[in-house]
Design a protein around this ligand. Structure first.
Ligand SMILES: [Zn+2]
Ligand SMILES: [Zn+2]
Length: 288
């Protein structure tokens, strides 16, 4: 049995049981929990330390030379400003861009007709411009430093909104193992780790498992996306989930279908509240 323990997880990793799961789909055969992930993190740490000794720090987004990264945010002034736009107002229910028709911001034209299983969304900004570019770059194998920096930036700029929700547990939206092998990194996990560390909250990156490798959401029209992710997640390590107020972390939210399905599994497992922490909110016709 794998004995890896994540900070705050508290439960040993076990092999995925065989047989059908609750949705009738075949469970994912996730590589053993995973040595690969640990090695890649270690390599990234050494790379960072080594580079830091030889080269001065540079902005994680535009590569400009930095004097001294402030608050652990490895960004230059102009990038910091463009990646966290001031005055961004959004719907608290789904993170959608606020419209004049629903200025109260607790419900918008999109979510008033859509069933979402999460309770609220706290986003950093809209999915365009520099924030869109950063979200896309974070997904690359060399996007780890940028992803961690964006997690810390989110913490600094959305701290009050997040604390108002009284979260107790941080859970990233997981990636299917086959996609992870291809990408080598899950930016949602890097964001969640950075965020939970700053918030000093329990972190359980194995709470959920993505048991079905779904079609990329960007290839589907908005309503098909809910169908596409149905039964795509299941509970893996339930440690800390029951009765917890959960912060579910992802990099981008478009229709909310993926986060809603993940939130449903957490709620079914007894979570008292699921709030989505997301960097960028795209409108329904934008693609990741
Ligand atoms: Zn910069
Ligand atoms: Zn809304």
């Amino acid at each position: 049995m794998c004995i890896r323990r994540e900070s705050g997880c508290g439960a040993p990793c076990e092999p995925v049981p065989s047989g059908d799961n609750a949705w009738g789909a075949q469970p994912a055969k996730q590589p053993s929990c995973t040595m690969f992930s640990r090695l890649s993190k270690l390599a990234a740490q050494w790379r960072r330390i080594g580079l830091g000794l030889v080269f001065p720090p540079r902005c994680a987004h535009c590569d400009a030379e930095l004097e001294e990264p402030a608050d652990g945010i490895v960004l230059c002034g102009p990038c910091r400003e463009s990646l966290s736009p001031p005055g961004w107002s959004y719907c608290r229910r789904c993170g959608g861009i606020a419209s004049p028709a629903y200025p109260q911001l607790d419900r918008c034209e999109w979510c008033r007709n859509t069933r979402l299983h999460f309770d609220t969304v706290v986003s950093l900004g809209p999915y365009h411009g520099e924030l869109k570019s950063a979200v896309l770059r974070m997904k690359r194998p060399d996007g780890e430093v940028l992803a961690e920096t964006m997690g810390i930036l989110y913490y600094h700029d959305r701290l009050n909104d997040v604390l108002a929700l009284n979260p107790e547990l941080v859970v990233p939206v997981p990636m299917h193992w086959a996609r992870r092998l291809h990408r080598a990194t899950n930016s949602a996990e890097l964001l969640a780790a950075a965020l939970s560390g700053r918030l000093r909250l329990r972190y359980n990156p194995r709470a959920l498992i993505r048991c079905r490798n779904t079609l990329p959401q960007r290839d589907l029209p908005p309503m098909k996306r809910f169908q596409n992710v149905r039964g795509a997640f299941r509970l893996h390590h339930s440690a800390g989930v029951k009765a917890a107020r959960v912060l579910l972390v992802d990099d981008i939210l478009t229709t909310g279908a993926t986060c809603s399905e993940a939130a449903k599994v957490l709620k079914d497992a007894g979570a008292a509240m699921v709030a989505v922490a997301v960097l960028a909110r795209a409108e329904g016709d934008q693609f990741a």
